[in-house]
Write a protein that binds this ligand. Structure first.
Ligand code: NAD
Length: 357
């Protein structure tokens, strides 16, 4: 009887609590899901909503879900032992606290092209003022006044972070025949990339684009001091994480003209705002309101990843990660706080093709 019962339990379809669902998530996950019963929950995951995971076997979360100590405890109490992130970044997860409680898996790569191409789209739009021209010509205003840009050819672009997205962005910049400088504490070996120190990058770049993760080290990497080092009239592009930039310092630099323009796909305080239609409400974030009001700031709401190819890959890998977990296989996309230290020689078990714990 006991054996029969356990076999039946194993055969039961696993239930996935899918937080922060948007209509496009359903389309792609329903298309590729064959193994799971998915409950699509519109709420973001936080300490108030973690209880919705009750009765499920796994949780799927996105970038603005808050996977803090409280949430990890609440999910653990509901029997959740795996969280599958449908994102690459995981700064919203307390991975140290999750260690030995809940396995966390992610989609390390889905389309670096999606993000890198969006970064270039922001730069081109900002520089050639396409956003203004579009509005003008719809109103039959064919004046060119104040639409002048600069050639990107021969300009120096500083790329911070040369991982999958940074390197793809560099390839795009090469097509524009730009001079490329890069900073990364872990430079790519045997590459032709011209690495410099961070201060050198700040001092020499006409354009700076951020492609590093958000960590304690990189938080506010763009701040009052780094902005002061930059050339007058620098362009700043951020498609990585909002908190890489101190928004108040950026506003001051936009006001003084130090920064000629900023293309921001992410914002420090985006979690309650981005991905939602707030057009009928008063948004009480004054810094964001000031940024939005600047003609030389383009904000997109964390849409750099948003291509068909990326969403297909995200759905397939997110579900595949769960398959690995429930089949007791090695999880190549697992993350833990020790994985992060691999480069510092503190080995994680995953290095030995084992689960992180
Ligand atoms: P990756 O892990 O391949 O590359 C990150 C690079 O940053 C690595 O080379 C790493 O060594 C480097 N790095 C680490 N610390 C650094 C520091 N202090 N200074 C400079 N570089 C540092 O990651 P990726 O796939 O290229 O993604 C980069 C970031 O893009 C992610 O962390 C995520 O925050 C962001 N992202 C945004 C979107 C979006 O839709 N806007 C989508 C995906 C990823």
């Amino acid at each position: 009887m006991t054996i029969e019962k356990s076999i039946k339990e194993e055969d039961m379809v696993k239930k996935l609590a899918f937080f922060d669902t948007k209509p496009y998530d359903r389309i792609w996950f329903d298309r590729f899901n064959t193994n799971y019963e998915i409950t699509y929950i519109e709420n973001k995951l936080n300490k108030n909503t973690a209880k919705f995971a009750k009765g499920h076997d796994a949780v799927c979360a996105f970038v603005n879900d808050e996977i803090s100590k409280d949430v990890i405890d609440a999910l653990y109490q509901e029997g959740i032992r795996v969280i599958t992130l449908r994102s690459a970044g995981y700064n919203n997860v307390d991975v140290k606290y999750a260690y030995e409680k809940i396995h966390v898996v992610r989609v390390p790569e889905y389309s670096p092209y999606a993000v890198a191409e969006h970064a270039m789209a922001l730069l081109l739009t900002l520089n050639r003022k396409i956003h203004k021209a579009y509005i003008r010509t719809r109103d039959f205003n064919f004046s060119l006044n104040n639409l002048m840009g600069i050639d990107l050819h021969n300009k120096t672009i500083g790329v911070i972070g040369t991982g999958k997205i940074g390197i793809t962005f560099i390839d795009i910049c090469k097509g524009f025949k730009m001079n490329i400088l890069a900073y990364d504490p872990y430079p790519r070996p045997n590459s032709d990339i011209h690495y410099v120190t961070l201060p050198e990058l700040f001092q020499q770049s006409d354009i700076i684009s951020l492609h590093c993760p958000l960590t304690d080290e990189t938080k506010h990497i763009i701040n009052k001091d780094s902005l002061a080092m930059m050339k007058d009239g620098v362009y700043l592009i951020n498609t990585s994480r909002g908190a890489l930039v101190d928004s108040d310092a950026l506003l001051a630099a936009l006001n003084s003209g130090k920064v000629r323009g900023a293309g921001l796909d992410v914002y420090e305080e985006e979690s309650d705002l981005f991905f939602e239609d707030l057009s009928g409400t008063i948004v009480k974030d004054d810094v964001l309101s000031l940024l939005v009001s600047r003609p030389n700031v383009i904000i997109t709401s964390h849409q750099a990843f948003f291509t068909e190819e990326a969403l297909e890959a995200i759905a397939k890998v997110t579900l595949g990660n769960l398959d690995d977990y429930f089949a007791n296989r090695f999880m190549s996309n697992e993350i833990c706080y020790r994985c992060e230290k691999v480069k510092d020689k503190q080995k994680c078990l995953r290095e030995r093709n084992s689960r992180c714990f």
